[in-house]
Design a protein around this ligand. Structure first.
Ligand code: HEC
Ligand code: HEC
Length: 367
């Protein structure tokens, strides 16, 4: 081979070599060991699976229960807080919302039925005011649309606060000089803000902040350790027994109406929603209550006739689901219900100093 041909061949080879695959990279240094995948215990795996299921059935509490997406102002809340504790909104000036929905005891009075004006007993148990703004409607039968509408009821109810009429309530509020400014601030666009409706609007605004976050909310937020093993087993029993048919969502209840005694008749004289709608199928239909803080709100049922939570749970399984559950299962469910017990913000509910009466403020009427 002459030199020229050799060079040409070499060039061609090089050219071919250049177009060929690049040489393999030098062997990479040994990869650092992958971070050890945390070995999940069967318990953790179970808790995660249960969390996944629970997220489809329940939601954690909001920090404030807005009305139609609008947050109440701090001035409205402050006024509502005072009015919630205001005994001069009652005829004998001894009763306030807090008498029957005591914020120091989870928004209830723990009596079967409450004592109103002159010691009269109402026919139904006081539900808690905590988290109530979440409910589909207010009262056991849902006869008030929201907490603002609800707050207009008790003040004029003859067996509760027993005021004569709206005008006399407004007269009381106007006679207390210290309320003029707070009403103006709470309802700044209104020329004459001291009205019966605004009293109720302010109380409702305050109630919309009565949220009680619980370990169950932490759990729903993704912290699988927020519930202990017993509470998790109880959650499972609650779901598997079928309680979620009526007690689910953000309130773990409070979202719909059902017949008490749906599966097996339950004896009660109270006709529930029928009294309101006169529809035959509404007989003995009540709002399924929220089960938040239920460990603290004994006694139970619309008439306060059931003393213990174990009893309430066992009756529910029987009459609502047609299931006879044993004491152990009822106990498990009650343990789970304990995880719905939340924290009441002590500063938010603290009783403010109420403004003193003026010269025209009526005296208590015990008659
Ligand atoms: C004498 C006791 C008494 C007083 C005072 C009283 N309540 Fe009630 N409250 C009850 C009873 C009893 C019920 C249930 C009545 C029913 O469902 O028919 C109730 C129901 C409610 C509910 C509905 C909760 C739910 O889960 O449906 C709210 C909210 C409430 N009251 C707030 C208030 C406010 C605000 C005031 C003050 C303006 C007030 N209550 C004054 C006894 C009282
Ligand atoms: C078909 C609907 C339905 C099912 C299913 C159901 N409940 Fe209820 N629950 C209600 C209704 C309605 C009430 C109100 C009863 C009344 O009138 O007093 C209620 C009341 C309760 C109360 C009393 C709360 C209080 O504040 O007085 C508890 C506790 C309760 N349910 C737990 C459970 C448990 C646990 C299960 C499952 C074993 C369950 N419920 C299944 C509809 C249901």
């Amino acid at each position: 081979m002459d030199r020229l041909r050799l060079t040409a061949l070499l060039g061609l080879t090089l050219l071919v070599a250049c177009e060929a695959e690049p040489p393999p990279p030098p062997p990479a240094p040994p990869a650092p060991p992958a971070p050890a995948a945390p070995v999940k215990s069967p318990e953790e795996q179970k808790a995660e699976a249960l969390l996944g299921k629970a997220k489809g059935l329940f939601q954690p509490l909001p920090t404030f229960m807005e009305k139609g997406g609008v947050r109440a102002t701090d001035d409205q809340i402050a006024l509502g807080r005072a009015l919630y504790y205001e005994t001069r909104l009652s005829k004998n000036q001894e009763l306030s919302c807090n008498s029957c929905h005591d914020l120091a005891t989870f928004g209830v009075d723990n009596k079967p039925t409450s004592t109103g004006h002159k010691g009269q007993l109402g026919g139904r148990n006081s539900p808690t005011s905590l988290n109530a703004a979440l409910h589909i409607a207010q009262f056991w039968d849902g006869r008030a649309a929201d907490v603002e509408a609800q707050a207009k009821g008790p003040v004029l109810n003859p067996v509760e606060m027993a005021m004569k009429d709206e005008a006399s309530v407004v007269a009381v509020l106007k006679s207390i000089p210290g309320y003029e400014e707070p009403f103006k601030k709470a309802f700044p666009d209104q020329p004459d803000p001291i009205t019966y409706d605004n009293m109720a609007n302010a109380i409702g605004a305050f109630e919309r902040g009565l949220v009680t976050p619980s370990p169950f909310d932490k759990f729903l937020g993704g912290d699988t350790k927020a519930l202990n093993a017993e509470q998790l087993a109880g959650l499972e029993a609650f779901v598997d027994t079928g309680c979620i048919a009526c007690h689910s969502g953000v309130g773990v209840g409070g979202a719909g109406y059902f017949k008490l005694g749906q599966a097996v008749p339950y004896e009660t004289k109270d006709m529930g929603r029928f009294d309101l709608t006169k529809v035959e199928t509404d007989k003995m239909v009540f709002k399924a209550p929220s089960l938040r803080n239920v460990t603290k709100t004994a006694p139970y049922f619309h008439d306060g006739s059931i003393t213990t939570l174990d009893q309430a749970v066992t009756l529910m399984a029987k009459h609502q689901l047609g299931k006879d559950i044993d004491a152990a299962t009822a106990g498990k469910i009650v343990t789970f219900l304990g995880a719905l017990e939340g924290t009441v913000d002590a500063a938010y509910v603290a009783k403010p100093e109420l403004p003193p009466s003026g010269p025209k403020t009526p005296k208590a009427d015990k008659g």
